[in-house]
Each structure stands twice: as C-alpha cells, then as structure tokens.
Design a protein around this ligand. Structure first.
Ligand code: PEP
Ligand code: MG
Length: 755
C-alpha cells in the first residue's frame, strides 16, 4: 500500500496546526479552505454547512466571491453540492457542467471552473455539510486527494459537533446538527421524561486524527483487530452461550465480520492515507452508517449494524475506553439512548438519575421494557436512527404515552411538556391524598387494589402507592436479570426480603413463568416455532421438576411461620394443578423431616389465562384456594393475536363483548364456587377498563404501582350498581353492535367518573 503523497500529508499536518491556533471559528474555516486549495492545487475550495431548513449555506471559500459567504445557498438535492449532501457520497467530476445535477450559481462566479470534487461532511453517518474543491482545467482528482478531503471533512464535522461553527450562523438560521427533531416510535412505558441524552454506548471522540507515523498506526490497528477477534472468540466459547439459538447466529455473524477483509482493507487504506488508527476506524464506520441510513432491507441493515457495533468496540480497544458512562458522569436527568440493551444493563444505571429510555429497537415485551416498566421509566422503542440524530448531552423529551422523542426541543415544546409534568405531579399529589383511604365505591362496594411486582426496586412502591398487597409477584423477573441460575439460598434470601418489605400485607408469588418471550440466557431450551404457546411456565416446571422444586423449597423456607400464597401460571388442564400440588406436598414433607418450620398457612392458586380454563372452573375450584385472571395472555389466546407483535397487539379491544363475556363467566363461576378471584393483567391498571371489571363483578384488581392512585380515584367516584346495569345491558343485548368502549366512556363522563 502506498503512503500519502507529500502534498496531502503536508495538508494534514497544517490542519493540525490550524486546529490548535487561538483564532475565531471563521478565521479557522478560512485558513482551512486556503490551505486545502493550496495543497490540492485547486483554484476553489468551499465549505457548505447544512442548515435546519435543508439549505446548504456557503460558510467559507477560497476562490469564489467573498461576498457569497453566508449568502450563496443550495437546497439538499439541488445542484452538485445538494446531491452530495442528499446521497452522502463524494462526487469526483473532471467536467462538472456535464453532470445532470449541475446548477449555475451566479452569485459565486463559478461558471469558469470545470473540475469538481466534493465530499460530504459526515458525523455518525449524518450529513452536516459539504466540502468542495474546483479547478479551471479538466482534471480527475487522485484517490489520495479524495481521502485527504474526507479527512478534512472529519475535522470540520468535529468543529460542528463541538458547537464551534454554531456561532457563525446568520440570525434566524440554525445549523442542521442542532435542529429540533421529533421522532416517533412506540410507547413502551408511560410517563414523560425531560432530560439530557446519555448514549449507552458513548461515541468515542477521536481527537487525534492525523497520523504521525503511518507504520505505527497500521500496527496499532492490527493489534486492536487481533484483540477484537479474541474477544469475539471468547464470547462464543463461554459456557453460558448456548450451542444453538438466534443469539448464537448473531455472534457467529460477528465473528465473520471481525474477519471481513474488505472492512480491514478500507481501514488500512485510510491509515496509509494519513489517518490515525482510530480516525481510520471512525471514517469507515461513518461511511457504513451513511449506507445504513439509505438501506431499507432489514437483513442488510442488521449486518451494517453489526459492523457498527464492531467499530465501536475497536475504537474502545484503541482508545482504552471502558463501556458506558461512570456513575459520576451520569447527569441527574439522564435519558438513556441505545440501539438496544439487556435488562441487567438498564439496572446498572442509578435509577435516581434516569428520567427516560429511548431504544432504536426494543419492543413492548422485550426484557428491558419489562424492567423499565417496573422502574417507572418513561420509554420509547423503535425510534429508528435516533442514534445518528443525537449527541451526548443534547436536551431531549421522552413521551412514553405518545411514543414520541423530542430532540433539542424548541422552547414552546419544552414549556408544554413542563406543564404536562406539573399536571401529572399535581394529579399524583391528589392520589397521595387517597393513599390511606380504602377504595369504596359510592354505593359502598369495597374494591381491593393490589400491585404487581417482580424486582426489589418495586418494593418501596408498596408503601408509596397504598396498595393492599402484591397480587402478582412475577418471580421470573429476578431470574431474567441474573447472570446465572439463582441458587437455593439466593432465592430464599430474595423471597425473604420481599416478605419482610410487605410485612403483614399479602403477597401472591407466581412460580416461574419462563418461556415464550421471557428467556433465561443461561437456560438452554430448544427453539420453538410458537414460543408463547410452547414449552413454558408450568409445562416447563413439571417437565423439569428440579427447577420448580427448588423454587418451591425456597418459598416454603422463606415463609416459615407466615402465610404463603403460591400461584401457578398457564394452567391449561386440572392434572397440572394436581401434579404441582404433589410436588408441594413432597417439599413440605421434606422440610418437616429436616426439622424446618413450615408456613403458618399455605394457599395455592391458579392463573386463568388459557381459554380452556373457562370450561373447567368448577373442577378447578375444588383444587385451589384462589384464582387470578391473566387478561394479557387470555386476550392473546382468545383473539389469536400475539401480544408481543406490534402489528397485531392492539388490533382487538379487550373492551369487546366476547372478551368481557368471558371475564364475566369467570367471575360468576368463582362467586358461585366461593372462590376468591383477582384480575392481574394490564387491564386492571387502566381506569376505564377497571371500571368495566367492577361492573362485571370483580372486587379485587392487581396492577402496576403507578396505576393504583388513578384506579382508586375512579372507583371512589363510581356507582358500582349503575355500571353493572350498563355493562349487563351492553353484553346481554345480542343485536347491539355498538362499541362497548364508547358506551362505557359516555357512562363515565355522564357519571363524572375520572378515567
Ligand atoms: C397475564 O398474562 O395477564 C399476566 C398477568 O401475566 P404475564 O403478563 O406475566 O404473562
Ligand atoms: Mg400471563
């Protein structure tokens, strides 16, 4: 590989000096263009900066009329400069006037120039401007000159990113990099978060761009690539990485890319053209990102993402940077922005400082979402390309209800949201006033409001929300965030802590509901075509009794001398309850034989979340002490629509006749059998739906802690008798096809019930 010819190498050295000079931004830009023109032996060198209105404004020039600076302008897509900006690709033209996009700008006096070379000023794949050189004579610019110009463009991108060029913006204009942007994704966790961007994988800022010694840089790159490859190999040979499965394929692809010759060659070329190893990685990464943004094929996008991840790792190796911001660097109002992350990674952040979460990927039931919800962090997922739109420290607002992310919001958007937050806080204060009051309807019906939990971070909410207990403790969450299978002693200690925190209040522990979307990274399971209907929950528990028995033993031991409520998930047939009871009895026998104290009272319950249970309620009531309706799964299975698939998840309304009739059948059967029934799906936490449930006869509801206040306010304003009447007429009138939701909302408005 050749080194850079003397001219461009001198240019890069001069650039380094110019960057260090204590001069104004305009002077620096002017010096840069003069220097480039001299080195490339071009008559013209110009810098165009992209403004928020999509216009490329001339910011500096050598060779064009000086008066044109800050006046000459082209739209993105217009002319050669606009084409480069739109396509994020260089244009190298010996005869520019022949190009179909050529456009004459009289104010610059450029018609006499024939040859044209322009490169985009890119940062994280995003175009911030264009750098151009022009010559009178017909000439083709050398590859080395293109490279040198691209390197200079990187320097200019850095000047833009650190805000140096912002001060040059004409009154009334804003450079594109600082433009307010609203991007829409999918709301994952309700709430509004105002704060500042913290990139989960912070962009490594490359400051040394220009190589002192090409050979040294080439060696540094070689060593870094070798250590990257070792890292990927190590990852693949870890014991906890299963032999097969989707993640394995992803890692294998990583390994392949880490050995990709084209990638390594492009980085080496950049070094031989005068860049440091890290600047070379960044340059190739920026090109990849620009391609990524143009790419719509999801498969190719994924592959380009893999290269992006690898480049990040490589940069970290080269610059000795660790992963993620340290606790001290985290602002008090952090909005974490990531492509995706694991549940445990989110828990690594100081909860007190995290106001929001934005993910490029991340679906409503991904694990990180479950944890974000448990933590009450306003979250938005599927915010495509958000990583290329933000810089660390940018102001940002996350609206988890609307699924919107406002990046660098304008003052009025910020004010509107600040008002929204104040309003929510005020409402929260009102709920606080209700905290110690029992939820009793206007006509004297007592409604029991419980909360759902699963992690230690949930426990303080018990006190804060005024919930009367934990109606659903999802034990699998603790397993999901663990690095390895929790041992018996660890499980016992964990359940003990939960019981301690709950004091006298009841807790319903649900046995492990893993499988489906809830995956334990360290538990090998076969790939299934329909995991939600596959080998999950109690099915897995009964087939792998070692796992279930260990959990039962831990629960029984932790509850020594106190009440223990155990609930079984995904019960489909009665024999599953019988078999589990046998396991429990055996565990109790074991404890007694070994002189352990057993719970003072043991109550066993079943989830009703598989439709088959609707026709076995009578038999079930003889086997269990209580039931709880899992409306999330029951609705998914009754409507054959995957709750985790956003294409269908919101398609069918739970406030519909067939579903409400099913829920009524359950509550009536339970009442007849004198079987306590709770409903613990997401419906219970939605005031309008909770109103319908009270109308159907439900008197015990379990919901997220944040929903307890709003549901209590609704219940206390409600006449349960009247809503029962309304629901009855809506469900019994066979010919009526009118929307149940609308009718219920009308009822609530007429009755002054807040929802
Ligand atoms: C349900 O299915 O409604 C439920 C409460 O359980 P999970 O959401 O954990 O499946
Ligand atoms: Mg369920």
């Amino acid at each position: 590989m050749r080194g850079l010819p003397a001219g461009p190498r001198v240019l890069l050295r001069r650039l380094r000096e110019i960057m260090a000079e204590p001069i104004s931004a305009q002077e620096r830009l002017d010096k840069i263009v003069t220097q480039i023109a001299a080195n490339v032996v071009a008559e013209v060198c110009s810098v165009y900066v992209l403004r928020s209105d999509g216009v490329l404004e001339l910011y500096a020039t050598e060779g064009l009329k000086a008066e044109a600076v800050h006046h000459a302008a082209l739209r993105t897509g217009q002319g050669l400069v606009g084409t480069i900006a739109a396509e994020a690709r260089p244009l190298n033209l010996p005869n520019a006037q022949m190009h179909p996009a050529y456009r004459y700008l009289p104010e610059t006096g450029e018609e006499i120039y024939s040859s044209f070379l322009g490169v985009p000023i890119l940062r994280a794949g995003r175009t911030l401007g264009v750098l151009v050189v022009q010559n009178r004579t017909h000439r083709t610019y050398y590859d080395e000159e293109v490279e040198a110009l691209q390197t200079t463009a990187m320097v200019l991108a850095e000047m833009l990113a650190v805000g140096e060029l912002e001060r040059l913006a004409q009154p009334g204009t804003v450079i594109d990099l600082k433009r307010p942007i609203t991007t829409t994704g999918v709301g994952l966790c309700e709430g509004v978060g105002l704060g500042h961007v913290v990139l989960h994988e912070p962009r490594v800022v490359v400051t040394a761009l220009i190589a002192e010694d090409v050979e040294v840089e080439a060696q540094r790159l070689e060593q870094a690539i070798a250590s990257l490859r070792l890292f990927v190999d190590d990852m693949l040979s870890r014991d906890d990485i299963a032999e097969t499965g989707e993640h394995r394929d992803v890692l294998e692809a990583y390994r392949m890319f880490a050995h990709d010759r084209g990638w390594v060659r492009r980085m080496n070329e950049a070094i031989h053209n005068g860049l440091t190893a890290e600047a070379a990685v960044e340059k190739v990464q920026s090109d990849t990102r620009a391609r990524l943004q143009r790419q719509t094929d999801p498969f190719l996008r994924d592959r380009l993402h893999d290269f992006d991840d690898l480049a990040n790792r490589l940069l970290r190796v080269l610059m000795n940077k660790s992963h993620g911001p340290s606790a001290q660097e985290l602002p008090r109002d952090a909005i974490i922005v990531a492509r995706n992350m694991g549940a445990a990674e989110l828990l690594d952040y100081d909860r007190e400082r995290v106001r929001g979460l934005v993910l490029e990927e991340g679906g409503p039931t991904s694990h990180v979402t479950i944890v974000a919800r448990a933590l009450g962090i306003a979250s938005v997922g599927r915010a495509s390309n958000v990583l290329s739109l933000v810089e660390n420290g940018d102001a940002v607002i996350v609206d988890g209800l609307a699924g919107e992310v406002h990046i660098r919001p304008t003052a009025d958007v910020e004010a509107a949201y600040a008002e929204k937050v104040r309003f929510r806080a005020k409402r929260q204060e009102q709920y606080q006033l209700l905290r110690d009051k029992p939820a009793v309807t206007r006509d004297g019906q007592r409604i029991r409001l419980l909360m759902n939990a699963g992690l230690l971070v949930d426990l303080p909410h018990l006190e804060e929300s005024g919930a009367e207990g934990i109606g659903l403790f999802r034990t699998e969450l603790q397993f999901m965030i663990a690095e390895r299978m929790p041992k018996l002693g660890e499980q016992r200690a964990f359940y003990g802590t939960v019981m301690e925190a709950a004091g006298e209040l009841p807790i319903t522990f649900r046995t492990l509901d893993i499988g489906g979307d809830k995956v334990l990274p360290y538990l090998r399971t076969a790939q299934e075509e329909n995991p939600a209907m596959g080998w999950r929950a109690i099915r897995l528990g009964l087939d792998r009794p070692g796992l279930l028995r260990m959990q039962l033993r831990a629960l029984l031991q932790a509850a020594a001398g106190r009440q223990l409520r155990i609930m079984l998930p995904m019960i489909t047939d009665l024999w599953e309850v019988r078999e589990t009871r046998e396991l429990i009895d055996r565990e109790i026998g074991h404890l007694k034989r070994h002189g352990h104290e057993t719970p003072s009272e043991l109550l066993i319950g079943a989830m009703i979340e598989v439709p088959s249970m609707l026709w076995q309620l009578d038999g079930l009531s003889k086997l269990v002490d209580f039931v709880s309706v899992g409306s999330n799964d029951l609705h998914q299975f009754m409507t054959a629509s995957d709750r985790g698939n956003i294409m269908v998840a919101g398609r069918f309304d739970p406030l519909s006749r067939p579903f409400l009739r099913a829920l009524r059948q359950i509550v009536e059967a339970a009442e007849k059998a004198d079987l306590p029934v709770t409903l613990c799906g997401e419906m219970a936490g939605n005031p309008l739906m909770a109103m319908a449930l009270i109308g159907l006869g439900y008197r015990s509801l379990s919901m997220s802690a944040a929903a307890v206040g709003p549901v209590k306010a609704m219940a206390m304003a409600l006449d349960a008798g009247k809503v029962s009447e309304t629901i009855r007429s809506l469900l019994d009138d066979q010919g009526n096809e009118d929307g149940v939701r609308t009718a219920l909302a009308d009822f609530a408005v007429a009755e002054d019930v807040p929802f």
